[in-house]
Design a protein around this ligand. Structure first.
Ligand code: URP
Ligand code: ZN
Ligand code: ZN
Length: 500
């Protein structure tokens, strides 16, 4: 039987970023057609009872890496498996990264990622593009991507030396171009030179296991790069988005910068909010290696709670996952040298539940802030609000019925990801997606998936997101440096002195 394209969600509590209200939601042809009490709808409409549950905008994961080849391994969640897992956890859109291979143009990379993703995605998606070198040609390509291809965000790496890393002058050029074309600059903030030196030191001391990964890049390596990126971005009045904020030190840098008025957004991820990095010291190598990602999950056990506090209070803006999954045998590429362990962890399926458990159930944030950090702010920053990120008339029908009382235990045995372990294994979470609706279609219901590859669509994002650029534009007007008008100096001028 064909899936009805009309659905009435009855009696749930509709939660948006700014308010919660008991309301019906009527969905027609992929859009939200009406929101209000006791809606009268045509006969034949499927009715879903949401009494006692929340009706929230589908989650938006702003940071995933499906089928990315990194450090000699390809991440095992492809766009099909990864987006299936996403909808099973209540996420209805992902933003992935097109990352060029050495010598590949940005436009080619974009086309490659589109051709991988378009036929496979089970929910909507969009693409950031990574800038991993610099040239005039590349600068032009950034403009084309922003004007014609729906890309308004570019990621620059300060780590992965010799592969992706840009040095400060190129960061400056890339940020300046982002500002010019109305994009937001994203940054992987770690000092790549210090990581290289630190890794050599650990290996020379005989520390070859996963603990060496954290020890060679302590918190200040992340915090220094974060501060440097903010300084460079501010020098060219470019909005900045710091991906995967993992440490208290880096989070403090972002928070202070926001208080000083910088246009900067910090993105913690499910891994950093849900668990700590003491796993790197586990006696079982495979277990420890499973947590290797950059920047590392921090061993200070107060870190997850601290990051959640900052997320709850808007020092950090939204939560991603950096979902980049490598099986144990792929991690084993670094069995004798931690610096060869492919970097990445899971999260796309569990992000919503982990944040509900650690954020809302714990009393740190309310349901409205939950919606803000899991959905609305991503839509605002990356410029597709209120198309997504809100339950409102005319918004896309990406809707989740969320049961805050139900619990589930996270396990690799039951997850939908391709990964053969789960970093949240055994975590009991309140907050479960009961029904997930993507583009008006029920794609997940009471534990059962009903997805079709290619159902999702690419979301085209215009440049100059108002949410990000209003302040930038105004500053451009009122903070232009101007030369002091003065009479020319007419006194004596010394002759240049030569070195002895
Ligand atoms: O370890 C990580 N973070 N892997 C994915 C690539 C990146 O830097 O985001
Ligand atoms: Zn990164
Ligand atoms: Zn990433």
């Amino acid at each position: 039987m064909a899936e009805p394209s009309r659905i009435l969600i009855k009696g749930g509590k509709v939660v948006n970023e700014d308010c919660s209200v008991i309301s019906d939601v009527y969905i027609e042809n992929g859009k939200i057609a009406q929101v209000g009490p006791n809606l009268q709808v045509p006969a034949g409409v499927r009715v879903i009872d949401a009494t006692g549950r929340l009706v929230i905008p589908g989650g938006i994961d702003p940071h995933t890496h499906m089928e990315l080849t990194l450090m000699g391994a390809k991440s095992v969640d492809d766009f099909h498996i990864g987006t299936r897992a996403a909808v099973a956890g209540g996420t209805t859109m992902i933003l992935d990264f097109a990352i060029p291979t050495k010598g590949q143009s940005l436009l080619e990379a974009y086309d490659v990622w589109r051709s991988r993703a378009d036929p496979k995605v089970c929910c909507d998606y969009s693409l950031h593009v990574a800038v991993t070198s610099w040239s005039d040609e590349l600068k032009k390509e950034m403009a084309i991507l922003a004007k014609e291809k729906g890309v308004n965000s570019f990621k620059m790496f300060m780590a992965y030396k010799g592969l992706y890393m840009l040095r400060d002058p190129d960061l400056h050029r890339a940020f300046a171009q982002c500002k010019e074309i109305g994009a937001i600059a994203q940054v992987h903030a770690e000092n790549g030179d210090l990581i290289e030196e630190g890794a050599k030191k650990m290996l020379s001391m005989g520390i070859t296991g996963p603990e060496g990964h954290e020890l060679c890049r302590p918190e200040e390596v992340e915090a220094e790069a974060t501060q440097r990126a903010i300084t460079i971005a501010n020098a060219v009045n470019c909005p900045l988005y710091v991906v995967h904020v993992m440490s208290k030190a880096a989070a403090k840098v972002v928070s202070n910068a926001r208080r000083e008025g910088r246009v900067v957004f910090g993105e913690p991820i499910a891994a950093g909010l849900g668990i700590d990095g003491t796993h790197y010291w586990d006696k079982d190598w495979a277990h420890a290696a499973g947590y290797v990602m950059g920047p590392p999950i921090r061993p200070d056990p107060s870190t997850p709670g601290y990051l959640m506090d900052l997320l709850a209070n808007d020092d950090l803006s939204l939560a991603g996952t950096d979902n980049c999954t490598f099986n144990v045998c792929q991690k084993a590429l670094g069995k004798d040298d931690f610096s060869k362990i492919p970097n990445g962890v899971n999260g796309v399926e569990d992000r919503m539940s982990v944040i509900w458990e650690k954020g809302v159930h714990s009393g740190k944030m309310d349901e409205n802030r939950f919606v803000t950090v899991t959905s609305t702010n991503a839509a605002k920053i990356f410029n597709f609000y209120p198309q997504k990120g809100r339950i409102a008339k005319n918004s896309d029908a990406d809707v989740v019925i969320w049961d805050p009382k139900r619990t589930r235990k996270i396990s690799a045995k039951t997850h939908h990801q391709a990964l053969d372990y789960n970093i949240f294994e055994g975590m009991e979470c309140h907050g479960v997606a009961v029904v997930t609706i993507s583009r008006g279609k029920v794609v997940y219901e009471e534990g059962k998936l009903n997805v079709s590859p290619g159902h999702g669509k690419f979301i085209h994002r215009e440049p100059f997101s108002e949410y990000v650029y209003k302040r930038i534009k105004q500053r451009e007007q009122v903070r232009k440096p101007a030369a002091v008008v003065r009479k020319p100096y007419e006194g004596k001028v010394a002759s240049l002195t030569k070195d002895d």
